[in-house]
Design a protein around this ligand. Structure first.
Ligand code: NDP
Length: 296
């Protein structure tokens, strides 16, 4: 069993940390809003760390799951920061859906202290985290992945070495850009069909037996849009961040990617319209407003 520190008990971080505790690892948790860490510890059995530094002290593996790489980088610095508590030989796993450039900078900084960094963003959503069946996209040294595998397996089912540092973050961003494209384009299609006299449930039934299907058409639209439930599980603001990273990766690699760039702009516009707490599927409401119809 491994001594693990987990920082960032948000929508996805909390169930991931719960899986680590349930697997029997020794767990210390830190969260910016302390009450979330206290309630987690009471429910799952963990030590509440008083600071990032305190969390890192004594941990063999430190895991961060924060909104962006910026917050991860900020958490390193200062007298109570992670760097002050990390011992040589520690593994640092960043499960944030972050950006490759910042991760390379963080990895270099940690490397000076003999701390190995691996980006390890996840997909599968809150339900996947609760069930321990996330996909984990790893960027870094394969030997680090093998040393961390037992802990990753407590919340991940498909654990993939994607390439060097930053590769996991790049792949995660492109995956989420595809998610955004599917949700947005399915909304456009269903709105047009509805106005042409085709009921959305009938349209989805056909699309889901045909080549236009996606996770959006098979799961998100039937469960969240047609029901008008729009549960808040993954913030649109975070998806906007992801698609921005994906568009940046394409630009950096000089790959012409007009659909990715346009989708990044659409996500930014939808976020501005719907605000910071809206769920990603709520982007459908922007399409509906433009179309003057509701997909139900
Ligand atoms: P949430 O917004 O639910 O939680 C964010 C977490 O980060 C909270 O613990 C929050 O603390 C903490 N935090 C925010 N700002 C700071 C800061 N400046 N300093 C320290 N801590 C901070 O996000 P999610 O849990 O949904 O997402 C976390 C990461 O996982 C993101 O990169 C996201 O893209 C990714 N992800 C999310 C999925 C999902 O389904 N939700 C699926 C796959 C990946 P506090 O409690 O104080 O607000």
């Amino acid at each position: 069993m491994t001594s693990v520190a987990f920082l960032g008990l948000g929508a996805i971080g909390r169930p991931m940390a719960a899986r680590i505790a349930a697997a029997g690892h020794t767990l210390a948790v830190w969260n910016r809003t302390t009450e979330r860490a206290t309630s987690f510890a009471a429910e799952h059995g963990a030590r509440v760390a008083s600071s990032p530094r305190d969390a890192a002290q004594g941990a063999a593996i430190v895991i961060t799951c924060l909104p962006t790489s910026r917050e991860v980088e900020q958490l390193l610095e200062g007298p109570d920061g992670l760097l002050a508590g990390l011992a040589s030989g520690t593994i640092f796993l960043d499960c944030t859906s972050g950006d490759p450039a910042t991760s390379k900078r963080i990895a270099a900084k940690l490397g000076e202290r003999d701390v190995a960094f691996m980006d390890a963003p996840v997909s599968g959503g809150v339900v996947g985290a609760e069930q321990g069946i996330l996909t984990v996209m790893c960027g870094g040294d394969e030997t680090v992945l093998e040393r961390a595998r037992a802990v990753l397996e407590s919340f991940g089912k498909k654990i993939v070495h994607c390439g060097p540092i930053g590769a996991g973050h790049a792949l995660k961003a492109i995956n989420n850009a595809l998610l955004a494209i599917h949700v947005w384009s399915t909304a456009e299609g269903l709105a047009a069909l509805q106005k042409a006299g085709v009921r959305p449930d009938v349209a989805l039934d056909v699309i889901n037996a045909s080549s236009g299907r996606s996770n959006a058409s098979m799961n998100l639209f039937p469960e969240r849009v047609l029901t008008r439930a729009f549960p808040r599980t993954f913030r649109l603001a975070l998806l906007d961040k992801d698609v921005g990273i994906a568009a940046g990766v394409a630009r950096e690699q000089r790959v012409p990617a007009p659909v990715l760039q346009l989708t990044a702009e659409l996500m930014t516009a939808a976020r501005a319209a719907l605000g910071e707490v809206a769920d990603h599927v709520e982007m459908v409401k922007v399409v509906e407003q433009w179309a003057g119809t509701e997909i139900r």
